[in-house]
Design a binder for this molecule. Sequence first.
Ligand SMILES: Cc1ncc(COP(=O)(O)O)c(C=O)c1O
Length: 502
Amino acid sequence: MTALPGGRASSAPLLGDDIEPTIFEMSVEGRHSYQLRTTDVPKAPLEELVPNEHLNHDVIALAQVSERDLVGHFTRLSHRQFAVDLGAYPLGSCTMKYNPKFCDAVAADPGLNSVHPGAPAPLVQGWLELLVDLEEKLCEITGMQAATLQPAAGAAGELTGLLLMRAYHEANNDPRRRVLIPDSAHGTNPASVTLGGYEVTTIPSGANGLVDLAALKAALGPDVAGIMLTNPNTVGLFEEEIEDIASAVHDVGGLLYYDGANLNAILGVVRPGDMGFDIVHMNLHKTFATPHGGGGPGAGPVAVSARLAEFLPGPRATRLSDGSYDWVTPARSIGRVHGWHGNAMVLARALAYIDVHGGDGLTRIAQHAVLNANWLRKRLSATLPAAYDYPCMHECVLTASPIKASYGVRALDVAKRLLEEGFHAPTVYFPLIVDEALMFEPTETESLQTLEALASALERIALLCANEPDVVRNAPQSTPVTRVDEARAARHLVTTEDAAGR
Ligand SMILES: Cc1ncc(COP(=O)(O)O)c(C=O)c1O
């Protein structure tokens, strides 16, 4: 038995203590999770079933624990995390909203998840119909003509969109060089532009947090392939001059790319296609069910206007004139951007979400997302003022700079203390154009009571900043992991335990 920190024996299950051994420290030789009934069926020598050269005779070093201890171990660990299922997770820009469980039930349907993606089209007509149905609904929601469901996430959708932009310009014998991006943009935008073979031209935001139209016009020229924008933008504001932006970019032959990561703010209210966008990616894992983050699967379908449809990745599920379905690759396709047909279960979840809510339900989602963010912005105006103090969309960017100036407490400290109040931290220091930014996205799923509790927690923290600033600066102290030195952890990365089990 290994001695554990705190002097416990590894085989003794821990009950709610703050130290949890690893599963290997809990291991006791010979212990197992279940017992099979004794049987009178004679044991067949393994070699008769599997050729010897394919057998691994090494003992595999797996932990040996009872099922009870195993379940207890992982359940305890799961409670040491903050999770969307536990409470509000107002991480701005990331849309960490609670996802309804019926979507998981759909994805768990064996009729959907036991189908091999390589099955011939005549055997999987139901799946193809589902994909066509989803594509049509996403096009209706965005005001676009056709879509690919292949990209695996938002950033993958961005790259796909830029490759489509390039294919379009090259097909017109008009290769261009630059893509414009506002300085408030999400980091994946410039990265995708570079990967797509273009150069980034940064457009400054005005004092109101919106794209500076004069600066945009000054940056335009015949070598501009397009612009990448999200609307609402990353400071949570609606780009009011979007129609002027669209005509200015179209006038020089450029295309408009819509980063749809913020789509839940405008669902069923306004459509990117109607604003003048030519290419739209959606984060299905943010807007339409499926938890976002944690490296799990996502889906970033890309929808386009008619003139770009022939370049879409293929093969695409397509309805034929006789009403049956098949895989069809568009005439001048840029090729595949994902193995098989994308992350199919995320697609199935998204369709379930859209169908259950219906058009009016989707509109209510956008309205509630915007209402919740504005409620929080208003309620906190005396505590953490908004960086741009006028109505926001689905998220609000607040600033801790007055608190920093008065008490030397930073946005990071406030966010860390919030963990001790039972809420996940907001996004901090993004967008980069806001000093001491705290970006809250309450999402449409939180109730008024939760918003009130969140606001009260932040008000308590603000009081603490004035009275006991060190408590906030050193927070969190009551969580399973206390304040860590993140810079040191990154520089001196330790990813294994040493022999003493530390
Ligand atoms: C505005 C914006 N664009 C793009 C992305 C990238 O999406 P993904 O994380 O799915 O790659 C995000 C992610 O949160 C985002 O907020």
